[in-house]
Design a protein around this ligand. Structure first.
Ligand code: BES
Ligand code: ZN
Ligand code: ZN
Length: 481
């Protein structure tokens, strides 16, 4: 989708559709809409969309009156959703060229970026592998505005949303087409295209490094593991000493291993690499937006299979940090690969860490599909991430991580077990990771409930959401010490 800005008067701009926000209790008198407002047909309620055709005095073929809710409460997050919903409605109607006229009270850079993001995200459909029903998507989106910085804001929105869609495409790839080696190839290709460093550690290198926890998981699959490292370095020496490490779970398919999952719904476990895909997507935007601090992504990729060489419940593995782990349940594999990835990120000099992982079903029980579960060993780091998430409308909820939870992970025969019993499953998983983040300020994001939408909404397709790409990009961009 081509993104542009244009300074001409909105009503004179030629397009297949012009999207205009309408607020509750603010009467729109243009477009002959006065009657519709009076009759209550157009009330300006959030996400209410009304299409008018061939309106007098408007160059665009259609006007979309886009309900924006109460004017005082309208945020850039609301605008992102609203434009996405309008674009999704128009996509099905052979509309190719769409314009958007922001309302003057909500037309600052944050709003322009959000509108563009909404358009790019709303235009996404996970239909790459459908050969029937030709794809209908919108080719061009123009923000009609004359304001300084509008073009830059639109460009930033494009970069971020395209990165998020890049992640969504990776997440949606079926596991037969995206084993660890293919995920590494996709990362390499992206890094090459955007001028990032990229290294992929192979199995023998992981063995040399002593990544026993990761290799224990991958040994049940015929697909070899791949450990992706992507580096961004700022052009000028930063004033900050910070080096941000982004660690993402890259389980390209999770059968559960010998502790095998029920078959019902197992097809969804292709999205068990969503955390890793989010890190690759975030790096794609970071390469273009160029934050002031170095950022390195670490993505351990494995397939969790019950092959004849698979690890067994009761096996004891030694992680790279030297700690021994009794694998009580082979389906708790994400924490095992992340244990070695967190240790490796620390060894590579990261001073601050964020991991994202589809780690537990328990976080879905706790928070549903609306909030990411956020865990941290450091209040300042937690607040940085929360602030970024708020600004991006990617909801996250802080969860507890008191030291007493560590008891739940006791093992009779090793330093720790990989599961913590029936209760507080998302917390015990986070507690396990904390042992490997050690004293480095760290945030863990459990995205099991939020990386995938089981049903479409007006503003988003069914399937991969691309969370938490925007939060990670903003975290890096806004970094101050
Ligand atoms: N990948 C799953 C978690 C998951 C569940 C992601 C639902 C997305 C949707 C993870 O590897 C897993 O299987 N976790 C187990 C842990 C248990 C064995 C302690 C779980 O949550 O059941
Ligand atoms: Zn699992
Ligand atoms: Zn998993």
């Amino acid at each position: 989708m081509q993104i542009t800005t244009d300074q001409s008067p909105a009503l004179q701009f030629e397009a297949d559709a012009l999207i205009v926000p309408i607020f509750e209790a603010v009467k729109e008198t243009r477009f002959g809409a006065g009657d519709l407002v009076d009759s209550g047909e157009v009330a300006g309620k959030p996400l209410e969309l009304t299409i008018l055709h061939h309106v007098n005095g408007v160059a665009a073929t259609r006007v979309v009156l886009a309900g924006a809710g109460k004017k005082e409460k309208f945020t850039s997050g609301d605008l992102r959703k609203l434009v996405a919903a309008a674009v999704r409605l128009l996509r099905g109607k052979s509309v190719k060229k769409v314009a958007f006229e922001p309302d003057p009270d909500h037309s600052g850079p944050e709003f322009i970026s959000a509108a563009v993001e909404g358009a790019v995200l709303g235009n996404f459909e996970p239909d790459r592998l459908k050969t029937v029903d030709p794809k209908k998507s919108i080719d061009q989106f123009t923000v009609v505005i004359s304001a300084d910085g509008a073009a830059q804001a639109a460009e930033r929105g494009r970069i971020i949303a395209e990165a998020q869609n890049f992640t969504r495409n990776l997440v949606n790839e079926p596991a037969n087409l995206l084993p660890p080696s293919a995920m590494a190839a996709a990362a390499r290709q992206m890094a090459f295209e955007f001028g990032l460093e990229c290294e992929v550690l192979e199995q023998s290198q992981m063995a040399e490094l002593g990544m026993g926890a990761l290799l224990g998981v991958s040994q049940g699959s015929a697909e070899p593991p791949a450990f992706i490292v992507i580096g961004y370095r700022p052009a000028t020496t930063p004033t900050s000493k910070a080096h941000l490490g982004l660690v993402g779970k890259g389980v390209t398919f999770d059968t559960g291993g010998i502790s095998i999952k029920p078959s019902d719904g197992m097809e969804k476990m292709k999205y068990d690499m969503a955390g890793g895909a989010a890190m690759i997507g975030a790096m794609r935007a970071i390469a273009q937006l160029k934050p002031a601090i170095p950022v390195t992504a670490f993505i351990p990729c494995v397939e969790n299979m019950p092959g004849s060489k698979a690890q067994r419940p009761g096996d004891i593995v030694t992680a790279m940090s030297g700690k021994t782990i009794e694998v009580l349940n082979t389906d708790a594999e994400g924490r095992l690969i992340l244990a070695d990835a967190l240790a490796y990120a620390r060894k590579q000099g990261c001073t601050h860490l964020v991991d994202a992982a589809t780690l537990t079903g328990a976080i879905v029980v706790a928070l549903g599909h609306l909030n990411v579960g956020l865990f941290s060993n450091d209040d300042a780091m937690r607040d940085r991430v929360l602030q970024a998430s708020k600004a991006e409308g990617e909801r996250m909820w802080p969860m507890p991580l008191d030291d007493d939870y560590k008891e739940y992970l006791k093992s009779a025969f090793a330093d720790m077990g990989n599961i913590g019993g029936r209760w507080g499953g998302a917390i015990t998983a986070a507690m396990f990771l904390k042992e490997f983040a050690e004293e480095t300020p760290w945030v863990h994001l459990d995205i099991a409930g939020t990386a995938w939408m089981d049903d479409a909404k007006p503003y988003i397709a069914k399937g991969p959401t691309g969370l938490p790409v925007r939060t990670l990009v903003r975290l890096a961009m806004d970094w101050k010490d």
